[in-house]
Structures are given as structure tokens and as C-alpha cells.
Design a protein around this ligand. Structure first.
Ligand SMILES: N#Cc1c(N)ncnc1-c1cnn(CCN2CCOCC2)c1
Length: 303
């Protein structure tokens, strides 16, 4: 296991894997997804934690799963620790609000990305080739341009810490060896993104792009997995600050990015050194942004 995350792992549980922010455990025939309070910026996982980030993003995921249940089934059994199996009860206070008990799936090894706006790796390819994952796009697009219609830009999963490999739809279909599944992944990804984008825009938040993971139940049913539509799996922009042609303001990470990019941090992003610890005011302002995103999207108070 990656030693960087070993201090986070709950000893006594059957740890399977860790991502930058979350950890996966086996619980009988099921799985437990646990979200930490860690935050990443500029491709680093920061030393500083954002209090309640794991709880906020887990509860946001659960809200989205409920909003989307008529469109697509999902892998969640429960996010209520009181309903968790007996073996988890000794850990329930540590797990409360930040964990999801999920069905074990046969995962599709594709990052299913939908883009409604052009930025990041999609923009980089466009600037070279006027395409995104091989899909021709109109001329004249800039950073943050809204696309006429959302596009499906799949990526093949990379090892932890590496960037995923953007591939064309045709290449993805060939590499998973199932054109019918490839078409299903594309249709579902775009339908779910479109629904979510509408919901977010009604609440003043631009869902610029997002990454879904899918898996199959034993009977073959394709279901939505992992976390969904959080600021960790998506780009959230405040709609009232959207201005194509420049780097957009991140709804949740802008305070962190601005401070790390400022002389106050003493950090050189081009150096090979990890970012410094964040000042408490940046931590608290960032926490407030996660709470604000949750409350604006769900209409509920975070407690
Ligand atoms: N979700 C889910 C899921 C599921 N329901 N069934 C089987 N496997 C997975 C699963 C395996 N790896 N991931 C990627 C996401 N992470 C990796 C490491 O740490 C945390 C998250 C997903």
C-alpha cells in the first residue's frame, strides 16, 4: 500500500486501497468507502486538513445519488453508521457521516468524464488539435468556454499519483472490448452530467466537468460507483464569476490556490518541494466554501 496514506488507514479494518483522499475497505462481501479531510492542490495532497471535508463531500454524494436514482442505480447500501454491520460498530464515531457501505462491483476500468466547458486537459488537447479526445470542436474556443453540448471524454485509469490517459471513444470501446458497454457508458455519463448540470446551474454553480465510475453487479446491471458530483470529482465554478478566456475561480479551492500562489506562502510551485501548511484562516475559509456548496446544492443546512 502507498506509504503516504498509511497513517490514515483504520487499523482493525480490512484495508484494500487508498486514493489521494479516500480509502477502501472490505466488509464481508461489501465495501466501505471512507473520505478523509485531506485536500489536494496543484497535484499535491496537502499536509493541512479541512475540518469536515470528508463528511460534507460524502453527504453531498449521497444527496446526488438520491437526485439521480430515477436515472441510474448506484452501489450504495447505506451511509448511516447505525445500520452498518457489527464489525464496524467499534469505529462508528470515526466513520460517522464520512463513509458509505457499498456493494462490491466488477468495476469498468474507465474514468467516464463529461465536459460541459472546455478547460484542463481538454483545453490543452484543443489548443493543439482543435479536438477533445479526438472529437472535433468549433474554432475560437478559450479556457472556460461553454460547449454547445456536453462531450464524453473517457480516460483509461492510471496508477495512483499518475494522470489518467485521455482516449477517444473508439479507442476506449476497443480497450474494454465491448462496444455496447462503451455506448452505454457514454449515454449514461452524458445523461447524468446533463441532469446534474441543470440542478447546479439553478443554484448558481457551474458544473464544468465531472468524472464518474461505473461497475456491474453480479447480475450484470451497470450502476454508478465511487463518489459522485463532488468538488473532488468535478470542477465547480461560481456562476457569477464565470468569464471565458481566463482560469476560472474554483468554488472550493480558490482560497488555497491563491494563498499557495502568493508570496505569503513562500512556496515556489515550480520547485519540487511540497506546499507548506495552510494558515488557519485559509483552512476555515475553505471549509466554509465546502459548507456553502453543500447548502446551496441540497437546500439543507450542514450540521
Ligand atoms: N466505489 C467503488 C467500488 C465498488 N463499489 N466495487 C468494487 N470496487 C470499487 C472501487 C475500487 N476502486 N475504486 C476507485 C476509487 N477508490 C480507490 C481507492 O480508494 C478510494 C476510492 C472503486
Amino acid at each position: 500500500m502507498n506509504r503516504r496514506y498509511s497513517e490514515r488507514v483504520i487499523t482493525g479494518l480490512n484495508h484494500l486501497a487508498s486514493g489521494k483522499i479516500r480509502d477502501l475497505y472490505a466488509v464481508g462481501d461489501d465495501l466501505l468507502l471512507v473520505a478523509s479531510d485531506k485536500i489536494s492542490a496543484f497535484d499535491y495532497v496537502l499536509e493541512s486538513e479541512i475540518p469536515d471535508k470528508g463528511r460534507i463531500l460524502t453527504q453531498l454524494s449521497m444527496w446526488w445519488f438520491r437526485q439521480l436514482a430515477d436515472l441510474v442505480p448506484n452501489h450504495v447500501i447505506s451511509a448511516d453508521v447505525e445500520q452498518f454491520p457489527a464489525e464496524l460498530q467499534p469505529y462508528k464515531e470515526e466513520l460517522r457521516g464520512r463513509s458509505m457501505l457499498c456493494r462490491k462491483l466488477s468495476m469498468v476500468q474507465v474514468e467516464c468524464v463529461a465536459r460541459g466547458y472546455l478547460t484542463g486537459s481538454g483545453l490543452a488537447e484543443y489548443e493543439r488539435t482543435r479536438t477533445a479526445n479526438g472529437v472535433p470542436l468549433p474554432p475560437g474556443l478559450v479556457d472556460g468556454s461553454r460547449l454547445d453540448r456536453p462531450i464524453f471524454t473517457p480516460a483509461m485509469k492510471a496508477e495512483v499519483g499518475q494522470h489518467d490517459e485521455n482516449v477517444s471513444f473508439e479507442d476506449m470501446a476497443e480497450r474494454i472490448g465491448d462496444p455496447e458497454l462503451a455506448a452505454q457508458l457514454k449515454d449514461l455519463t452524458l445523461a447524468v452530467y446533463s441532469r446534474a448540470r441543470e440542478i447546479a446551474e439553478e443554484r448558481g454553480i457551474i458544473l464544468a466537468d465531472t468524472k464518474f465510475e461505473f461497475g456491474r453487479l453480479r447480475g450484470g446491471t451497470l450502476v454508478l460507483a465511487d463518489e459522485v458530483l463532488t468538488p473532488d470529482s468535478s470542477r465547480f465554478w461560481p456562476a457569477d464569476e464565470w468569464k471565458p478566456g481566463r482560469t476560472q475561480s474554483s468554488f472550493d479551492k480558490q482560497y488555497v490556490r491563491d494563498w499557495l500562489s502568493s508570496p505569503a506562502s513562500g512556496w515556489d510551485r515550480k520547485s519540487d518541494t511540497p506546499p507548506p501548511v495552510l494558515p488557519e484562516e485559509v483552512v476555515q475559509a475553505t471549509r466554509a466554501r465546502y459548507v456553502e456548496a453543500y447548502e446551496r446544492l441540497t437546500g439543507a443546512k450542514f450540521d
